[in-house]
Design a protein around this ligand. Structure first.
Ligand code: PMP
Length: 309
């Protein structure tokens, strides 16, 4: 893979990026048997580089592993420390961090030994705005995908597993083929679920709605952050089923995720959302969100873990 940083943490050791390789017979390559996280660290004015919501990300990694009965041979504390060590070793000020646990050399076939242990690696590198700086300001043009998100009780969307991203890949590639910046999928009941890699918020008449955890979504950590910040700003947040047409009639829509941060949606299926561009409530929430990292929003929730100290 293209070299994005100098070092990677791999099965307990920090090694040069180029040496962090696996064999082509790795189980996860054949069967998608991996669980992973996407985490960001920001360079804050008061505390320097801080990992955002480290505990919650590590907990979700272990939750995803538990669903698949995957043994991670480290504790949560050990992986938290390893993640911090990886940022330090690469001398990064801000970073996107990718911990992954996967089945490696456990033999072919899907009869996974019940005591199989996962291999674990953590990469950290610089990564800008996922949907682009321009999208953060002016919004992304989104399209509803012809692909539905995974149905309940098929592949669990609540786990952040490698295999789930075949669905995201179909949604994202179709959207870009049709000239959109991002795709949004409906669930198998026809309600909005999520973007290829983002949760969705829809605003009308000052009320903010987001899809409930029953609508085939990954319950995002940014989603939780946004809900907390919006409540703090005094907004009512509803977790409810959102029909497709609600997107066409919204005053504002935004997407959020660790990679995408808080990105406004400018149009859906070519229909302009509200007045187009970034709406006022979206901007307020965006400012409060980025304020956590530029010192303008007080971190009342202890979401920031300093790296260098
Ligand atoms: N949904 C999907 C499918 C995702 O891949 C992501 C990104 N991890 C999200 C939602 C947002 O989750 P988070 O805010 O925890 O990054």
């Amino acid at each position: 893979a293209k070299q994005l940083a100098d070092y990677i943490w791999f099965n307990g050791k920090i090694i040069p990026w180029k040496e962090a390789t696996v064999h082509v017979m790795t189980h996860a390559i054949h069967y998608g048997s991996s669980v992973f996280e996407g985490v960001r660290a920001y360079n804050t004015p008061d505390q320097g580089t801080c990992v955002f919501r480290l505990q919650e990300h590590t907990r979700r990694l272990f939750d995803s592993a538990k669903i698949y009965r995957m043994n991670i041979p480290y504790t949560m504390d050990e992986l938290n420390q390893a993640l911090i060590d990886t940022i330090v070793k690469n001398d990064l000020k801000s970073a996107y961090i990718r911990p992954i646990a996967f089945f490696g050399d456990i033999g072919m076939g899907i009869k996974v030994p019940l005591d199989a242990e996962a291999e674990v690696s953590i990469a950290a590198f610089e990564w800008g705005a996922y949907l682009g700086e321009e999208a953060l300001k002016n919004g992304v043009n989104a399209g509803i995908s012809s692909w539905n998100r995974l149905a309940a009780n098929t592949i669990p969307t609540g786990a952040k597993a490698g295999g789930n991203y075949l669905s995201s890949q179909l949604i994202s590639m179709e959207a870009r083929r049709h000239g959109y910046g991002e795709g949004i999928a409906l669930d198998t009941n026809g309600f909005i679920s999520e973007g290829a890699g983002e949760n969705i918020f829809v605003i009308r008449d000052g009320v903010i709605s987001t899809t409930p955890k029953t609508a085939a979504i990954l319950p995002g950590i940014t989603r939780d952050t946004v809900m907390t910040l919006a409540k703090e700003l005094g907004y009512e947040i509803r977790e409810e089923n959102i029909p497709r047409e609600a997107m066409y009639l919204a005053d504002e829509i935004f997407m959020c995720g660790t990679a995408a941060e808080v990105t406004p949606v400018n149009s859906v299926d070519g229909i302009t959302v509200g007045k187009g561009g970034r709406g006022p409530i979206t901007e307020e929430i965006q400012n409060m969100f980025f304020g956590l990292f530029n010192g303008k929003t007080e971190d009342k929730w202890n979401w920031l873990t300093p790296v260098y100290k």
